[in-house]
Design a protein around this ligand. Structure first.
Ligand SMILES: [Zn+2]
Length: 259
């Protein structure tokens, strides 16, 4: 899927197809909903101008973004929430555990975790050395009264706004993680799974994980509701069969600590 090219095996006839905005190493998705779009995540704080350029390229106005679905609080997903909510009148949908984590302005370090394997740790330390802006922090954000907090799987909320799909709580990458599974099997999984850096042995996990057993339970939840095609925040789309094939390949005790 590239900009304006959504290769869904969709059985749902969207009046408009979802749109992918490739923003640096991240993918932002726009899913049509009542009155406009539900956007999945922001990028880094520094990505805001690039994001607005991409919006104009695909012909979407900022005022058409009605909802911001936050898969989790990390710097590359919540980076420009402040700018976005200053300019767009939108409602945020997030995990209730995201509230305090967003206020902290830091990727959570209180629940353990580490790099998926030693090779990724080496790559990350090289990146940190040469990219001083990579600090795993972001401008704190205070969720507002009108924002919607999710604490359990939800099969109703998206349908009320015209999206045929459900929200799943999907911990493993971090504790406040959410994903969307459409009824046609398309999954917008955030960082619950990833095809980024596969040649370095990530086995469809994200480079950083908090708890692998939780992560595989989250994969199984997505499979149980007939996930077919996974659209991750990092990397290209892939078949849900990859989740079955790689289930259980890592344990939490395999993670390489860096906190
Ligand atoms: Zn991410």
């Amino acid at each position: 899927m590239t900009v304006l090219n959504y290769n869904s095996q969709s059985k749902i006839s969207f009046t408009k197809p979802p749109v992918k905005l490739p923003l640096g190493i991240s993918n932002i998705f726009l899913i049509p909903c009542e009155g406009g779009y539900l956007q999945i995540d922001t990028g880094y704080e520094s990505n805001y101008r690039g994001y607005k350029n991409l919006l104009s390229i695909v012909g979407v106005k900022l005022r058409e973004i009605r909802y911001l679905f936050l898969t989790h609080h990390h710097d590359d997903h919540a980076g420009f929430l402040n700018e976005l909510t200053n300019e767009a009148d939108l409602t945020i949908i997030a995990h209730e555990k995201a509230k305090s984590l967003l206020l902290s302005g830091m990727n959570d370090k209180t629940n353990g975790g580490g790099y998926i394997n030693p090779t990724i740790k080496i790559l990350a330390s090289i990146k940190m050395r040469f990219d001083p802006h990579w600090t795993l922090t972001f401008p704190p954000f205070n969720l507002r009264e009108k924002d919607i907090l999710i604490s359990a799987d939800d099969d109703q909320l998206l349908r009320k706004i015209g999206i045929e799909g459900r929200i799943l709580t999907t911990p493993g990458h971090c504790v406040d993680h959410l994903a969307i599974v459409l009824d046609n099997g398309d999954v917008f999984c955030g960082d619950a799974a990833s095809s980024f850096l596969l040649p370095f042995g990530t086995r469809y996990a994200t480079v950083f994980m908090t708890n692998m057993e939780d992560a595989y339970r989250s994969w199984q939840k997505m499979l149980d509701v007939r996930a077919q095609v996974i659209y991750p925040s990092h990397g290209k789309a892939f078949s849900a069969d990859k989740l079955k094939e790689n289930m259980g390949k890592y344990k939490t005790s395999d993670l390489v600590r860096f906190f």
